[in-house]
Structures are given as C-alpha cells and as structure tokens.
Design a protein around this ligand. Structure first.
Ligand code: UT7
Length: 329
C-alpha cells in the first residue's frame, strides 16, 4: 500500500489592524527606533485593541479565510489544533472556542502549549492523524495575543512581541509531498529563563502577584538568544543531513521570527543563504505560535509544488524543533 503523506493544502493569516511602531514605543519606554531595528529587526508589530476580542477571534478570521480559500466546508473539518500560550481562558481550550464561533461541529479539537515552537508541535501531531488515515481535513492554528501578557513598561520584552495568527489545512495525499520528517525537542530547565510566573497552579492569581507584575512575560534575553541559535541550527543541520538536503536543493528555510540576529546566526551556522530564508519580523515582530504560518502566508505566492522547505522554531520551555516538508501546490 502506498504511504500516505500529510500535505499542507492551504495557508491563511490574520493580523489585527492596529500598528504599534517603534516611534510609538519611544513614547512608552526608554528605547529608540535605531536600537530596536539593529538589535531585533522589528520595525512594527500588530496589536489587537478591540475590546472583547481575544486570541480565538484572530483564529476565527484565519480559519474562516482558510476554509473559503480551500473550498472546505465547516462539516468537513474533522480535527482542529490550536497552538497558543495566550488562550482566551485557562480552560476551555481556544480550539474549542474557535470551532464554536465558526460553527465547526464534527471536529475534535484541543490546544497545544509549546510557546514559540507551538505551531511545529501542533503540525507534527496533526500530521500523525492524517498519515494514519483516521483524519482527512485537519486545521492547525498558531495564534497568540502577546499584548495580553506583555508589560508595556518593560523595554526588554515590549519591543519584540506582537499579536497575530496563521492557520494551515492538512490533507492526506499519496504523492510524495507534504510533511517528510520532523525533529522536536524539549528541555524544562529553560523555564527559568522564559516564563510567565503567576496564574498557574504554582502561583495562582492574587493581589500580590498582580502588583508584582508576575502575570507578564519574563525573559532573560541573552541565555535564550544563545540557546535559540544553537538549538535551531542543531536540528536544522540534522534534518538536512538525514534527508540529503543542501543549500542548493532546498528552496526555503522558515525560521521562528524572534530576532533578526538569531535568524542570521542560524542561517550562517546551517550554511544556508539568507536569500532563501523567510523573514517578516520587521512587520509583525514575534507573534509566538503565529510566526511560522504567517511567514508561509506572506511568501505563499513564491512557493512552488515540490519545494523543499524546513520550518524551525525555538521558544519557552525550552522547546524547539525542525520540520521538513515538500510544498504540495
Ligand atoms: O521567541 C522566544 C524566544 N525568545 C528569543 O529568542 C529572544 C532572545 N533574546 C533576544 O532576542 C535578545 O536578548 C533581546 C532582544 C531580548 C535583547 O537584546 P540583547 O542584545 O541581548 O540586549 P541585552 O539584554 O544584552 O541588553 C544590552 C543593552 C543593555 O544596556 P547596558 O546594560 O549594556 O547598558 C540593556 O539595558 O541594551 C539595553 N536595552 C535596551 N536599550 C534600548 C535593552 N532593551 C533595550 C531597549 N532599548 N528596548
């Protein structure tokens, strides 16, 4: 029997309208446009400002567009996974809320929390359901409203993050396209460098946790930077080697958009030219689980069937990984 592959058959993104520029950040914290551009590559980021709107609403917009564009009906979707660290609620899952708001009734759905690697973890998980033959139309969403957990008085984090979302449809195919390989990693020691301290069972919300700003992202940037470069370049190199991929026969490297200097270092260490590296950090900043599908969405018209692509990410946990796929359309 021919092997079944899980192929991405459509991608759609959504970013909120409000643009938070470096200039505006200069009025909020002690920073400047030159520092932000040169140290991170971010020029602007999107912020979801509408009262009453949350991560699920970005997911709804992306999934609605995805289903329209791929000619998929609500009833055909049999699974939906949402990667996020900014769910609408601690429970129920944001995936459930997205399905309810859209009227998707035949899907089982859940969230995955792997921070900036969330989309890769969700994509790999979803691919297993498709490859096994049990599920035919699986939606994978990467969505984060980072503005809900960012301290806009902390210049080391507020300049980096933004809100955004992307979604892909995975379908089975017997052609040798789609997800070919993946390598995912986790190391819980990384939690000391990047976390949200309070709001979980260890430190439930109290007046003290709020006053101490413990519901915001904490990041010790330098060790995270180093681990991101070595983690992503390591898995990218290994996935390239074991699939006989080279800078010549690969079309694109799609890295998590956390810092342009991290992206450039990974490209250098993997011996991969920057011309074939997807970059949109200047427009959206770091949207956590949203970065990879937003890159695919922005570059969709440049992609060709059969293109060899590696997606890679690194984030809170630590979590990291690389997925090798052949573009399917
Ligand atoms: O996506 C999840 C994973 N996250 C990441 O991959 C992020 C990894 N880390 C980073 O991208 C970088 O570490 C940051 C962008 C967060 C910080 O850049 P850095 O080059 O590591 O700066 P730093 O924290 O070492 O600070 C260098 C200097 C410090 O001043 P002094 O001590 O040298 O006088 C900071 O106080 O830059 C100062 N600084 C700023 N100056 C202007 C820090 N933030 C700012 C700012 N504007 N926004």
């Amino acid at each position: 029997m021919a092997k079944t592959f899980a192929a991405i058959t459509g991608v759609q993104g959504y970013v909120p309208d409000y643009i938070l520029t470096n200039k505006e950040l200069e009025t909020m914290v002690d920073t400047n446009d030159e520092w932000i551009r040169s140290r991170t590559g971010v020029e602007e980021r999107r912020i979801l400002k509408e009262p009453g709107k949350a991560t699920s609403d970005m997911g709804v917009e992306a999934v609605k567009g995805l289903l329209e564009k791929t000619g998929t009906t609500l009833d055909e979707v049999d699974m939906l996974i949402c990667a996020t660290v900014t769910p609408d609620f601690p429970f129920p899952d944001t995936a459930n809320v997205i399905c309810d708001k859209l009227g998707i009734k035949n899907a089982f759905c859940y969230d995955i929390n792997a921070a900036c690697s969330g989309f890769l973890f969700a994509l790999t998980t979803a691919a297993k359901f498709v490859e096994s033959g049990s599920h035919k139309k699986v939606v994978v969403v990467g969505a984060d409203m980072m503005s809900s957990i960012i301290d806009y008085e902390d210049r080391s984090t507020c300049i980096i993050f933004g809100d955004g979302c992307g979604a892909v449809l995975l379908e089975p195919t017997e052609e040798a396209v789609g997800i070919q390989d993946s390598m995912l990693r986790s190391d819980g020691m990384g939690r000391h460098y990047l976390h949200q301290k309070a709001g979980g069972s260890l430190h439930p919300a109290t007046q003290e946790t709020v006053a101490a700003k413990e519901h915001y992202v904490f990041q010790n940037g330098r060790p995270v930077f180093k681990a991101a470069v070595s983690g992503m370049s390591d898995v990218v190199t290994q996935v390239m080697e074991r699939n006989a991929l080279t800078a010549e026969n690969m079309a694109w490297l799609v890295p998590h958009q956390a810092n342009i200097r991290i992206i450039e270092a990974v490209s250098r260490m993997a011996d991969f030219p920057m011309e074939k590296v997807m970059v949109n950090i200047q427009k959206y900043g770091n949207t956590t689980a949203g970065t990879l599908p937003l890159c695919l969405w922005d570059y969709e018209d440049k992609l060709k069937k059969g293109d060899n692509i590696i997606l890679t990410a690194f984030g809170g946990g630590f979590t990291w990984g690389a997925v090798y796929l052949k573009w399917a359309y």
